[in-house]
Design a protein around this ligand. Structure first.
Ligand SMILES: [Zn+2]
Length: 262
């Protein structure tokens, strides 16, 4: 059983909350830095039918890890040998008790999802992991979102790497449990994300060529203003970061992609 507790976090609009998931002894993305939300998280963790002792992080972004250290401290005060696990590439403001590598199965103690397999899915963040159950349920962090969009922005974000991560999940994901918003159908959502990124990339390519032909100054923001002109409620600062990721990708396509050649 996958239980969820959305907690308020300093995340990107339009999202305001991050989902904490609980599967047996594991909780994923103990996210909130706010004391009232941390108290609510602790109460929810303590009422788990399987005692929780493992805090797992999908990636190191602040809106995913803000309550992890506080929960570890509270559990240890109750004599639970709590540990925090994440991928070795994660950069965190606290120490990990262990790292998780691609394919290293976690035993959860949950009857419905006794095994979760971490899959290394970078692109949005270094060391990003998703957790695949045997039935195709996936706790997927920021690979996709039920609300808003996934930012793939340089220097950390890398579009081709992100697309490879989406493609990797496509044949195996039945249902996606994202960090923001409701759960989603796996194949349809991943296919839609791939199609949407391809569409945006072509729009950015066309805008770039058009602006150069018109002798206009090309910046990520000026391209974003053209590409996202008709999109309601768009945040142009975020859109510009997204466009910057696509511009890097187009540049790599022209000059040869070092990540692909490695
Ligand atoms: Zn993130």
């Amino acid at each position: 059983m996958i239980d969820v507790l959305p907690v308020r976090t300093p995340t990107l609009p339009p999202a305001t909350h991050t989902n904490i998931y609980r599967v047996g002894r594991c909780v994923f993305d103990v996210a909130s830095p706010y004391p009232d939300e941390q108290a609510r998280t602790l109460a929810w963790v303590l009422e788990s039918p399987v005692p929780v002792d493992t805090i797992v992080l999908t990636h190191h972004h602040a809106d995913h890890v803000g309550g992890a250290e506080a929960l570890r401290t509270e559990l240890r005060r109750r004599d639970v040998p709590a540990r925090i696990l994440a991928h070795a590439d994660s950069r965190l403001p606290f120490t990990l008790d262990g790292t998780l590598a691609d394919g290293e199965v976690i035993a959860t103690g949950d009857p419905a999802h006794p095994r979760l397999t971490p899959l290394h899915t970078p692109g949005h963040a270094d060391g990003h992991l998703v957790f695949l159950a045997d039935d195709g349920d996936v706790i997927c962090g920021d690979l996709v979102a039920g609300i808003g969009t996934i930012l793939v922005a340089p220097p950390e974000g890398h579009l081709e790497t992100y697309l490879d991560s989406l493609r990797r999940l496509l044949p195996v994901a039945r249902r996606l449990y994202p960090a923001h918003g409701p759960d989603l159908p796996g194949p349809e959502t991943l296919a839609m994300y791939l199609a949407h990124r391809a569409m945006r990339t072509e729009q950015v390519r066309a805008a770039l060529l058009g602006m150069r032909a018109e002798g206009l100054t090309v910046t990520a923001l000026s391209v974003a203003e053209r590409v996202y002109a008709g999109v309601p409620g768009v945040e142009f600062g975020i859109a510009a970061m997204q466009v910057a990721g696509i511009l890097v990708w187009l540049e790599e396509e022209t000059t040869g992609n070092p990540a692909k050649e490695a």
